[in-house]
Design a protein around this ligand. Structure first.
Ligand code: DAH
Length: 339
């Protein structure tokens, strides 16, 4: 019996050294130490032993049981430690790896130019005025000295909601709202969306953006207008930028001018962008027509004013050398990411 016990001890030890898994370890425990296990079976047979042998074998059996138990406990601790080590290794984070930066949006180039222009004017004490995009004929045309059947309406065909209500073709309509509600001195700019029934191409869009400027006070002259424009365009395009005024006709200004800037592309030599002119047209301007002032209840004998309206798309294209207006609307991130 003693031999049997020692064999069990040897066998248990040999198997234990091969086990690397908790479930196998439990199976081994049941096999050797469980109620129906090998050691228990032998201990049950002890009844047939003599009175001298029984305590000797009993002690040996208990010692072997205790040793196997002890070894199982140790092996269990080792297996658990190895498992947690493996888990830690598998879940290891390399904190020295560079993170994934969140993708930041960018300000649209037209918004950049708009914000710059707004900053320049706010710095000079101007207010920013807003007006409706769905507008009465009166504000878009009639009060601006464009009565029904005026030929200049042809160049600004638009989308009509009714005969009398339309999508505004110009931010000049805001001039009327402002002058109806505020008496001079008036200094405002009004950026916003305008509409015309033009097909979309590299230089035209049925929806585009203008910024209107209106100053009404005593003693405002063409010199105030030119000084303001010169300062604005130098701030946007740089000190070396040069402008010129060409006589023009707008029904709501007298005199009127178109304002050109030396071509961004060729610097005045003449190229395909300026069609050989050396200049590109940037905006319309003039002295507010006395009739327009009178339409808004402002006495043209006392007050005078200047106004201009510039195209935000054109300003932006000039500033960044963009040659196709459609790029500004397509929201292609490869394009927008460059600014
Ligand atoms: N509203 C004109 C246009 O869309 C631009 C313009 C010209 C605005 C002269 C003005 C101005 O305020 O004085 O073509």
């Amino acid at each position: 019996m003693k031999q049997q016990l020692e064999q069990i001890a040897l066998a248990a030890r040999a198997e234990l050294s091969k086990i690397s898994d908790q479930a196998d370890l439990e199976a081994l425990r049941i096999r050797f130490l469980g109620k129906k296990g090998e050691l228990t079976a032998i201990m049950k047979g002890m009844a047939g032993l003599s009175a001298e042998e029984r305590p000797v074998i009993g002690q040996l059996a208990n010692r072997i049981r205790a040793e196997i138990e002890q070894e199982i406990t140790e092996r269990l601790a080792e297996i658990k430690a190895a498992a947690s080590e493996a888990k830690l290794r598998a879940e290891r984070l390399d904190v020295t790896l560079p993170g994934t930066a969140p993708k930041l949006g960018k300000i649209h180039p037209m918004d950049k130019v708009l914000h710059d222009i707004e900053d320049i004017f706010i710095g000079m004490g101007f207010d920013i005025a807003e007006g409706p995009e769905v507008e009465y004929d009166y504000y878009n045309f009639e009060a601006l000295n464009l009565p029904p059947d005026h030929p200049a309406r042809d160049t600004q065909d638009t989308f009509y909601v009714t005969d009398n209500v339309l999508l505004r073709t110009q931010t000049s309509s805001v001039q009327i709202h402002v002058m109806e509600n505020k008496k001079p001195p008036i200094r405002i700019i009004s950026p916003g969306r305008v509409y015309r029934s033009d097909p979309l191409d590299a230089t035209h869009s049925p929806i585009f953006h203008q910024i209107e400027c209106l100053v009404v006070d005593k003693g405002i002259t063409m010199a105030t207008l030119v000084g303001t424009l010169d300062m604005l365009l130098k701030r946007i395009y740089g000190e070396e930028c040069k402008i010129r005024l060409r006589p023009h006709h707008f029904p709501f200004t007298e005199p009127s001018a178109e304002v050109d800037i030396v071509c961004f592309n060729c610097g005045g030599k003449g190229c395909s962008m300026c069609k050989g002119e050396g200049y590109v047209e940037l905006l319309g301007a003039g002295m507010v027509h006395p009739k327009v002032l009178a339409n808004c209840g402002i006495d043209p004998e006392v007050y005078s004013g200047f106004a201009f309206g510039l195209g935000l798309e054109r300003m932006t294209m000039g500033k960044y050398g963009i040659n196709d207006l459609r790029l500004l609307y397509e929201n292609d991130l490869r394009f927008l990411g460059q600014f």
